[in-house]
Design a binder for this molecule. Structure first.
Ligand code: URA
Length: 272
């Protein structure tokens, strides 16, 4: 990681495990960061982590450890923050043995289960969560009652939430034709609005009973059980990078983005 090239200061600080990138910007703004003895408040400031003396509160930061890319299957009953003021359990408690300052990429509700990426690669994390990239996320939702074709079409074309229509989504009723009481929906959305799937389903009269995220862009892993995690494979990291390095083209259609097929996950998931 120490390439000898100048790198943005907030990136160096976050990759060194001192703080998230946003918190690093605050440290800089507060005048707590120095490069070679000079206070560095400017957000565009760059430094060479291999050569420059970079300090936070007077303490020299150690060069970054390795970049980690973790895929966790979040159980319900955990928050997707590093710490919680309400003292609820956080996903960090599930990552035994991970010493790097990884943090969740985006969020899942406390009562949602499923795939969550965590990394200390601040650059990739901020690209993946940036609205312009509209990375697809797929959910399975058990909903009250069986949505009819009209309700499904409303979910697909967009429902108004907070005065803004949701972007076109791919929606399928998985238990069509069965005599079940509840519907099982497969939804792929391209935004990350607060409690979006729950609010969309509620808006068409079918509240969510349980929600599981099964795919993030090209990443899925049916074998990963709640509480399990694994490192992403090199192929998966490349696929994620490929998704977000090029400028995204604005899309209004629901036609699925062509993504590379997900690589087969490594043979063994670790329950830790
Ligand atoms: N949509 C929701 O409603 N909740 C989540 O956790 C994720 C997407």
């Amino acid at each position: 990681m120490n390439t000898g090239n100048p790198v943005r200061l907030q990136k160096i600080i976050s990759q060194a495990g001192v703080a998230s990138r946003r918190a690093a910007e605050k440290l800089m703004a507060d005048g707590r960061v120095t490069i070679n003895g000079e206070t560095a408040r400017e957000m565009g400031t760059k430094a060479d982590p291999a050569r420059d003396d970079i300090r936070v509160d007077g303490r020299r930061i150690k060069s970054a450890g390795r970049l980690r890319y973790i895929l966790l299957c979040k159980p319900t009953g955990y928050v997707t923050t590093r710490s919680d003021p309400e003292r609820r359990r956080t996903v960090m408690e599930l990552l035994t043995g991970v010493r790097e300052y990884v943090y969740p990429v985006g969020r899942l509700d406390y009562d949602t289960e499923g795939l969550l990426l965590l990394t200390n690669d601040g650059d990739l994390a901020s690209r993946l969560t940036h609205p312009r990239h509209q990375v697809d996320r797929t959910y399975e939702a058990r909903v009250s009652g069986i949505p009819d074709e009209r309700a499904l079409e409303r979910l697909r074309t967009g429902v108004p939430l907070d005065g803004h229509k949701t972007l076109p989504a791919d929606v399928a009723l998985l238990n069509k034709g069965r005599r079940d009481r509840d519907g099982l929906l497969l939804l792929t959305i391209r935004e990350g609005r607060n409690r979006q799937v729950r609010r969309m389903c509620e808006a068409v009269g079918h509240p969510v009973q349980s929600l599981t995220r099964t795919r993030i862009g090209p990443i899925s892993d049916r074998r990963l059980k709640p509480g399990d995690w694994r490192e992403l494979t090199a192929a998966e990291i490349t696929m994620l990078r490929d998704l977000v390095v090029r400028p995204a083209i604005p899309r209004r259609s629901a036609s699925p983005r062509r993504v590379p097929r997900a690589a087969a996950p490594p043979p063994k998931a670790s329950a830790r």
